[in-house]
Design a protein around this ligand. Structure first.
Ligand code: ZN
Length: 302
């Protein structure tokens, strides 16, 4: 983790993460630390309506008996004076990664997970984490559930936090199942139109979305006006490294829909599947591109 912090710092990244060093999987690693889920008892379910996977079973009440990432977060805090971000799975995405033989209700299980996530998030905040992100790719799939209970469960997970709260909604890592799905989505990916108006009215501080090389029409960003926007300016499904100018252009395009002081340059999703040198080069492009835009904006104000 120390190496990941150093590499992010050297490449000009302002918000430091653990570089995904503390998790094997963005959902499962957290669930592995909870009681009530049997990882030996597996059932095949369809994940995000897209691909079948053998998943663990909820066999009794889910509980967090011990903190999951809090020690790791303390270590990350000790490694840098910059802002640090910690990422947790969102309640709906957790539900969608399990077979539930106990609650038999996605909403009920999500609510239990939200309570557990809130316990963890409060302790992460106390450990010095500045920004807590929840990954909710399921928000791009289950639109009715998002409206019915998804946003409410996410707000429950964030309840009482002073740390900045982020929801990351993406079209997935650059793995085959996701890339194949994207190929079927047509010329305009308007999925965010369902969740963004609800998020705009929610207590969540920041919304993280895909932009670069995706078919997301940028005007959807207008739907969360007033929130901070973490805009994906790096493609995670293609190992060609963006130029700084490409990154700057992606960010520039969004300025019609988000105030400059609320725009945060980011990657479309995590870069775990990349080779290390590609991921590092993309980090450099991200900070260089943000730098170009920062200079332009300062110039514009003068
Ligand atoms: Zn993602």
């Amino acid at each position: 983790m120390r190496a990941a912090v150093l590499e992010q710092t050297q490449r000009g990244i302002d918000i430091i993460s653990d570089g995904e060093q503390t998790r094997q999987h963005f959902v499962t690693t957290f669930i592995e630390h909870l009681s009530g889920v049997d990882f030996e008892k597996r059932e095949t379910v369809r994940i995000r309506n897209r691909y079948d996977a053998s998943v663990p079973t909820v066999v009794s009440a889910v509980e967090r008996e011990n903190p999951v990432f809090v020690q790791d977060a303390k270590f990350l805090r000790s490694c840098t004076d910059k802002q640090i971000k910690w990422t947790l799975p969102g309640p709906m995405t957790m539900v969608d990664t399990l077979y539930d033989a106990h609650y038999r209700s996605r909403e009920k299980l999500a609510w239990e997970f939200a309570t557990i996530l809130n316990q963890e998030a409060r302790e992460l905040e106390a450990a010095g984490v500045d920004i807590i992100q929840f990954d909710e790719p399921a928000f791009n799939v289950f639109f009715d559930e998002v409206a019915d209970w998804g946003i409410a469960a996410l707000e429950r997970a964030c309840e009482g936090l002073k740390a900045e709260t982020v929801v990351h909604i993406c079209f997935g890592y650059g793995i085959k199942a996701n890339n194949d799905w994207k190929a079927t989505l047509g010329a305009q990916w308007r999925h965010y139109e369902k969740s963004f108006p609800l998020l705009q009215a929610s207590s969540i501080d920041t919304v993280s979305l895909e932009s670069h090389h995706s078919n997301v029409p940028l005007e959807v960003v207008e739907l969360v006006r007033g929130k901070r926007v973490m805009l994906g300016a790096i493609d995670v499904a293609n190992d060609a490294v963006e130029t700084a100018e490409e990154v700057a252009q992606t960010l520039r395009n969004a300025l019609e829909f988000v105030d400059a002081d609320k725009l945060i340059a980011s990657t479309n999703c995590g870069m775990a599947p990349f080779r290390r040198d590609v991921a590092l080069a993309k980090l450099s492009a991200l900070s260089a591109g943000a730098g170009i835009l920062r200079e332009e904006l300062v110039g514009a104000r003068v």
